[in-house]
Design a protein around this ligand. Sequence first.
Ligand SMILES: *[C@@H]1O[C@H](CO)[C@@H](O)[C@H](O)[C@H]1NC(C)=O
Ligand SMILES: *[C@@H]1O[C@H](CO)[C@@H](O)[C@H](O)[C@H]1NC(C)=O
Ligand SMILES: *[C@@H]1O[C@H](CO)[C@@H](O)[C@H](O)[C@H]1NC(C)=O
Ligand SMILES: *[C@@H]1O[C@H](CO)[C@@H](O)[C@H](O)[C@H]1NC(C)=O
Ligand SMILES: *[C@@H]1O[C@H](CO)[C@@H](O)[C@H](O)[C@H]1NC(C)=O
Ligand SMILES: *[C@@H]1O[C@H](CO)[C@@H](O)[C@H](O)[C@H]1NC(C)=O
Ligand SMILES: *[C@@H]1O[C@H](CO)[C@@H](O)[C@H](O)[C@H]1NC(C)=O
Length: 523
Amino acid sequence: MGTQTAITFVLWMSLYTQFSTALYSSKLVHRFSEEAVSYWSSKGKNITLPKLGSLEHMKVLLSSDLKRQKLKLGSQDRLLIPSQGSETFFYGNDMGWLHYTWIDIGTPNVSFLVALDAGSDLFWVPCRCIQCAPLSSSYYSMLDRDLSEYEPSRSSTSKPLSCSHQLCELGLNCQSPNGSCPYSVNYSENTSSSGLLFEDQLYLTSSGGGAPEGSIQAQVIIGCGSKQSGSDLDGSAPDGLLGLGPGKIAIPSLLARSGLVPHSFSYCFDNSYSGRMYFGDQGPATQRSTTFVPYKGEYSGYFIEVEDYCIGSFCLKQNGFQAQVDSGSSFTYLPSEDYKLFVAEFDKQMNATRSGIEKFPYCYKARSHGQPDVPSMKFKFALNQSFVIENPMFHIIDYQGDDLYCLGIQPLDGGIGIIGQNFMMGYRLVFDWENLKLGWSHSNCQDIRDSDRVHLTPSPNSAVNPLPTNEQQRTPGGHAVVPAVARRAPEESSAALSVHILYNHYCKTSLLLLHLTLWLPFW
Ligand SMILES: *[C@@H]1O[C@H](CO)[C@@H](O)[C@H](O)[C@H]1NC(C)=O
Ligand SMILES: *[C@@H]1O[C@H](CO)[C@@H](O)[C@H](O)[C@H]1NC(C)=O
Ligand SMILES: *[C@@H]1O[C@H](CO)[C@@H](O)[C@H](O)[C@H]1NC(C)=O
Ligand SMILES: *[C@@H]1O[C@H](CO)[C@@H](O)[C@H](O)[C@H]1NC(C)=O
Ligand SMILES: *[C@@H]1O[C@H](CO)[C@@H](O)[C@H](O)[C@H]1NC(C)=O
Ligand SMILES: *[C@@H]1O[C@H](CO)[C@@H](O)[C@H](O)[C@H]1NC(C)=O
Ligand SMILES: *[C@@H]1O[C@H](CO)[C@@H](O)[C@H](O)[C@H]1NC(C)=O
């Protein structure tokens, strides 16, 4: 993979910057700015301002930060982030077109660059390798050090998960109840990981809630992945995969059961394809949301019900479908029938020369100034909640050297859709399993803690609290979920179910990815 660095496949990005301050759009005047001083003197108050940039100025700023941190005490829920930070990374063709983050596990700690996947539950890393992806940095152009292999016996805090443990799904395959629990996850026809399960420590940093940033060790379940196959081997998850699904074995659930944070997490992918991830985040009060729905009678994944969808001003009503929200999918998939309606309408509204490429029939020639105009698109959910797709197009250069912009949507058999990474960009997406709802709000993916600070900065001229704009309207009926339903987590059937789902989408996604990465270098 690493040798294909001629990145002919450049995703198009723009449009997002306009949202960067959408959430906090009321005029902010810093308390120590010149403007603030003149404001206060007009009110007859004599405030002295240390010289801008002077040591005094910095001291005042620092002490005001500290005061504000005290103010926040107890007023805000604690968030947890991986010990190396909340950042997530995207490497395009150099890895598998997924988002990745660094995490530390074990004692002494070892770091892994894991793929983030909201479509599965298990967290596994390469370990006691029989068949693993290459771990040498020479395979990956963006890495300056080799990837690691986990060895449980070298970690003083590791212990095997016993076959009799309630989270050992393959316990029946064990020789003795005291044995080590085996696991096997199939993501697609030929993509899988298998090995033994261990318990060990995951290092996190806590922030928010007024508490000083502190290191936290959480006991989690880790798959010692000895044998990987398919795209796990080809490079989409060379250093492990962090399942963020709702299942009991997944990290969000384990953190919640340890009482560390609510059973919720968020991530945000920005226009430059980096992003942020927070455990315990339930999102701003102003976010929009929709409830998760059962799939085939079970709450086993992040499924939502799209009631209808609009392209430009044309809305296809009574064409709802269920979709899984899945960061492990690079593109978005619509059920085949909906796909046909969708692309037909889309194509009708595009005033550009179409020039499809293999797998992506809806590509259009670039205009001299870049991307041709694309009709707006949105999904509509119950309670009049809508989700605007910021940009469904990606940029590619074809064999002839033409600039093309392609619709990143694919058809999927089986009646359900998948909302992939390309539709999530520009949003902070909250997967709140505690309240069984998906929340979203525009975000530039700055550190949430920074934006909280901006949010809390007292603005001298805000005698009236800024009202939420339409964009910030409060979610109606956010508590409409029957709690009893939320508790009914069907872990027995979830494995089979997610295998089934993943089978479909992972396979297709991976195939696409491989396809693209294979033919582009020859061009
Ligand atoms: C403001 O206070 C400073 C010192 O506290 C004083 O020197 C200055 O004269 C005062 N200005 C006014 C307008 O009261
Ligand atoms: C990981 O280990 C290194 C070396 O012992 C130590 O400096 C670092 O603080 C550890 N990281 C965490 C998150 O505990
Ligand atoms: C399993 O472990 C228990 C206690 O650790 C022990 O009493 C029992 O004999 C073990 N059983 C087997 C089959 O090893
Ligand atoms: C995964 O697929 C392999 C081979 O097709 C099969 O042997 C195994 O039982 C499957 N595992 C699960 C958990 O379905
Ligand atoms: C999976 O592997 C089998 C045997 O190697 C091959 O025939 C099949 O085409 C592969 N399927 C996919 C989706 O790659
Ligand atoms: C395409 O052209 C028509 C007619 O000029 C216009 O109404 C429509 O908005 C255009 N579509 C886009 C996506 O700009
Ligand atoms: C739904 O929202 C749209 C705009 O977002 C608004 O025009 C419409 O009146 C709303 N409908 C209901 C029933 O609230």
